[in-house]
Design a protein around this ligand. Structure first.
Ligand code: 2AM
Length: 176
């Protein structure tokens, strides 16, 4: 039997009140630049993207996460931006909490050491809010930052579906 492939990534998943604020932000961005707002239940922030992983290798990815020292922090999403090359409108932060930069770097290092091929581009903190956005449009201002208390990170499986991807949290790791 061939080893099935699972599409996986590590991410921060917003608590319900943060997801609601992100979704409101997505709708306001969508009013300005069209496209498709992310569904409330799909909103997240990717830490490390693995792509297709043979099911038999998932344990190795989980082990890489166990070995990171993750500290709780508060992420302040305080800016909107739009990437022309992939038409993604997103929320990000002017200042990355060091704990989060450290977590993403540790994860990337451990995953690479375990043989996973990761994107070589630097970690770009962003929560995608709208896809297929018109980046030439004037983006609304984010009046007050969205305050996201981060106390866990998760491994997520992406399932392709007719209405876009559906995400399933596979495992959670608390941050201390
Ligand atoms: P995006 O929202 O900027 O497209 C599930 O697809 C998650 O993994 C999304 O957050 C997506 O980022 C991210 N992702 C998809 N392909 C990726 C890649 N090649 N490198 C890094 N992240 C990727």
């Amino acid at each position: 039997m061939p080893d099935p492939v699972r599409r996986l990534f590590f991410a921060l998943w917003p608590p319900a009140d943060v997801a609601r604020q992100l979704h409101e932000a997505a709708l306001s961005l969508q009013r300005a630049c069209g496209g498709r707002a992310m569904r409330l239940e799909s909103l997240h922030l990717t830490l490390a993207f693995l792509g297709g992983v043979a099911a038999s290798c998932v344990v190795a990815a989980e082990d890489a996460a166990v070995a990171v020292a993750a500290e709780r922090c508060v992420l302040e999403l305080d800016r909107f931006a739009c990437w022309k090359h992939n038409r993604i409108a997103w929320a990000g932060c002017r200042e990355l909490p060091p704990a989060l930069g450290g977590l993403a770097a540790d994860l990337a290092r451990n995953l690479a050491a375990a043989g996973f091929a990761l994107d070589s581009r630097p970690f770009a903190v962003h929560a995608t809010l709208v896809r297929n956005a018109d980046c030439a449009a004037r983006l609304p201002r984010l009046d007050s930052p969205i305050r996201w208390p981060v106390d866990e990170f998760v491994l997520v499986e992406s399932h392709a579906g007719p209405e876009g991807s559906r995400y399933e949290i596979v495992r959670r790791w608390p941050m201390h």
